[in-house]
Design a binder for this molecule. Structure first.
Ligand SMILES: [Zn+2]
Length: 140
C-alpha cells in the first residue's frame, strides 16, 4: 500500500496520508487515513477516488496477480542468473588451473625423458671404461 501526504487532518490532529488500496474490491483506489492507521492511530478514513466500475473490479485484480507472478519469476531468474555468474567465474578459475596441469603433464615427461637420455649416455660412457669422477680421458 503506497501513500502520499494529504492536506486534511485526522481525528488525532495529524496530517492524513493518501494511500492506495490494492484489495480485490478496490484495486488502485486511493483513500485518506491516519498516518498511524495500523499502529494505534485513529479510525479516520475517507475515499479519495470515486468507486470503481464492476468491469475494472473484475479485470484489475487478475492483472495485478499476473504482474506479481511475473515479478516473482523475474526475482527467481535474477537469483539463477547470479548463481550462473558465480559458476562461470568458477569455471574460468578451473580452466586456468587445468591449463597449468596440462602444461605440467606435458613438461614433466619431456624433462624426465631428456634426463633419462642424458643419464643413459652417462651410464654408457661409464660402461666403456670411464669411471665415476674421471670421465675425461687423460691425453699424455
Ligand atoms: Zn489519526
Amino acid at each position: 500500500m503506497s501513500h502520499v501526504t494529504g492536506y486534511e487532518s485526522c481525528f488525532c490532529g495529524k496530517t492524513v496520508v493518501i494511500r492506495t488500496s490494492w484489495t480485490d474490491d478496490n484495486p488502485g483506489r486511493r483513500f485518506q487515513s491516519c498516518l498511524n492507521f495500523k499502529r494505534g492511530g485513529c479510525q479516520f478514513f475517507s475515499w479519495e477516488d470515486p468507486p470503481m466500475c464492476n468491469r475494472a473490479r473484475q479485470i484489475i485484480p487478475g492483472l495485478l496477480r499476473k504482474i506479481n507472478k511475473i515479478q516473482d519469476e523475474l526475482e527467481k531468474m535474477k537469483d539463477k542468473n547470479a548463481r550462473l555468474v558465480l559458476l562461470q567465474e568458477e569455471v574460468g578459475k578451473l580452466k586456468s588451473q587445468n591449463k597449468k596441469l596440462i602444461i605440467c603433464v606435458i613438461v614433466i615427461p619431456i624433462v624426465l625423458g631428456i634426463f633419462c637420455v642424458i643419464w643413459s649416455r652417462f651410464k654408457r660412457s661409464d660402461a666403456n671404461g670411464l669411471s665415476g669422477g674421471s670421465r675425461f680421458k687423460m691425453v699424455a
